[in-house]
Design a protein around this ligand. Structure first.
Ligand SMILES: NC(=O)C1=CN([C@@H]2O[C@H](COP(=O)(O)OP(=O)(O)OC[C@H]3O[C@@H](n4cnc5c(N)ncnc54)[C@H](OP(=O)(O)O)[C@@H]3O)[C@@H](O)[C@H]2O)C=CC1
Ligand SMILES: O=C(O)[C@@H]1CCC=N1
Length: 269
């Protein structure tokens, strides 16, 4: 029998994951979803053909619960669903920062918890999801969780001690690239290009570079060297990036994201 999966909290990430589960061929009767607002529930049902249910109902019905509410809403959600969770249920949280221990303390003893950190590229089946099993999750259950996320991209399993770092790099990662494209577009405008053309050039550069990074098997240093002609334009730009500390800024940015992820666990405990 197909395993029943319910997504609790259909916001940006919850809806992206639900859509991915539908695309990867899971039958609608084996899928569940919950929403806090009626208008959102109607929207989700119309878009994905999955009828929303209540949180406790979903918790009692599903074999796998994907918890996709914000960290600050997780405590209330767990209080609502804990009495309905059956012993064999697999709990997968995608919440930034919250540890598997946070969940284990709030659900019936022995329930398996997997912490997962996807990114929004799951919307185009190019997501990266980083997974860690909690103290009651078997290898097989971590693999079962990974299998769900492989329907929408790639997965990597890490010790939970590396999850805050992975969240900073990969969960938040797409935002840094959008930021760069936005900044490059502005720079193009500064140089006199019309905004729509500057935007197109920035997007095409980023897509071309991403595909090369993914498909050529060449180190980024080598790829950059190939663009950087002696006494040419690129090296002049690179000197300015180094002068303005862009590399150090990225390191500081990721440290801040990693630290924030760590804080989330204690803020909502
Ligand atoms: N966005 C991203 O790129 C990523 C997000 N995440 C994680 O995913 C989680 C959700 O983030 P995101 O999708 O961005 O946030 P959203 O605010 O878009 O989604 C959260 C959703 O949960 C709903 N919700 C809150 N409480 C309940 C409840 N008790 N029952 C049912 N639904 C509820 C909210 O309803 P309402 O509409 O009423 O507010 C909202 O639709 C977070 O924990 C975040 O850390 C992880 C990786 C990447
Ligand atoms: O910003 C956040 O907290 C979430 C988690 C990773 C990406 N978005």
């Amino acid at each position: 029998m197909t395993c029943k999966v319910a997504v609790l909290g259909a916001g940006k990430m919850g809806e992206a994951l639900l859509g991915g589960l539908v695309r990867s061929g899971r039958p609608a009767p084996a899928l569940g979803v919950t929403c806090r607002r009626k208008a959102r529930a109607a929207e989700i049902e119309a878009r994905h053909g999955v009828a929303p249910m209540g949180n406790a109902e979903a918790a009692a019905w599903a074999d796998v619960l994907v918890l996709a509410v914000k960290p600050q809403d997780m405590g209330a959600l767990l209080a609502e669903i804990a009495p309905a969770i059956a012993p064999g249920t697999l709990l997968i949280s995608v919440a930034a920062g919250l540890t598997t221990a946070f969940f284990e303390e709030r659900v019936p003893a022995g329930v398996a918890v997997v912490r997962a950190m996807p990114n929004t590229a799951v919307l185009v089946d190019e997501g990266m999801t980083v997974l860690s099993g909690g103290s009651h999750a078997s290898q097989q259950q971590v693999e079962q969780a990974a299998e769900l996320f492989r329907g929408v991209g790639h997965t990597l399993t890490v010790p939970e001690s590396q999850q805050d770092a992975a969240t900073a790099l990969s969960g938040s990662g797409p935002a840094y690239f959008y930021f760069l494209v936005e900044a490059m577009t502005d720079a193009g405008v500064l140089l006199g290009l019309p905004r729509d053309k500057a935007h197109e050039l920035a997007v095409r550069s980023s897509v071309g570079a991403s595909v090369m990074l993914r498909d050529c098997g060449t180190h980024p240093v080598e790829l950059r060297a190939a663009v950087t002609s002696p006494a040419g334009t690129t090296i002049s730009a690179v000197r300015e990036l180094e002068r303005h500390g862009v590399r150090a800024a990225l390191m500081a940015a990721l440290e801040a994201a990693r630290d924030r992820s760590g804080e989330l666990a204690t803020s909502y405990a």
